[in-house]
Design a protein around this ligand. Structure first.
Ligand code: IDP
Length: 149
């Protein structure tokens, strides 16, 4: 059994508490919001993301001028990667997270309540969540290769 805690009849998404979220002690707050909604954490680990992993992960952003800033930000400290399970969890987690820019993310969302601008050129927004089923499967495979082997 390669994904022991997964209910394969349900949907899965990759959630990452980014270095700013971990450093600010917000991992528990993020998980609390996920669990309070009724979603289930079925895999979880503290890890250091590599440039290679981020290049594969952010495949659509690699050519953008700010990609080196993303790599610097995302490798600046440990991250907490997890797989979250639930019905329509990909869409639901995007709602809980809020939009990319924390300054304009609505109150009540993770990014709106906890994120802010840092004037660093980076958009430091606490958390990543997959944006569609294809990317969710791809990202879970990249961040948790041990689960799909
Ligand atoms: P998402 O995380 O809301 O799905 P994406 O457009 O996929 O947003 O961007 C991935 C991540 O890259 C963002 O969460 C943010 O940290 C960073 N990012 C996106 N756009 C910019 C930008 O214009 N400048 C700097 N960083 C950016």
């Amino acid at each position: 059994m390669s994904r022991p805690f997964f209910d394969e009849t349900r949907q899965h998404t990759l959630i990452v508490v980014k270095p700013d979220g971990y450093a600010r002690g917000l991992t528990g707050e993020v998980i609390r919001r996920i669990e309070r909604k009724g979603y289930k954490v079925v895999a979880l680990k503290l890890m250091q993301a590599s440039k290679e992993l981020l290049t594969a992960h952010y495949t659509e952003l690699v050519e953008r001028p700010f990609f080196p800033d993303i790599v610097e930000y995302m490798t600046s400290g440990p991250v907490v990667a997890m797989v979250v399970e639930g019905d329509r969890v990909i869409e639901g987690m995007r709602v809980i997270m809020g939009p990319t820019d924390p300054t304009v993310a609505p109150a009540g969302t993770i990014r709106g309540d906890l994120g802010r601008d840092w004037n660093s050129g980076n958009i430091e927004n606490i958390v990543h969540g997959s944006d569609c089923p294809e990317n969710a499967e791809r990202e879970i495979g990249l961040w948790f290769p041990e689960l799909t082997a």
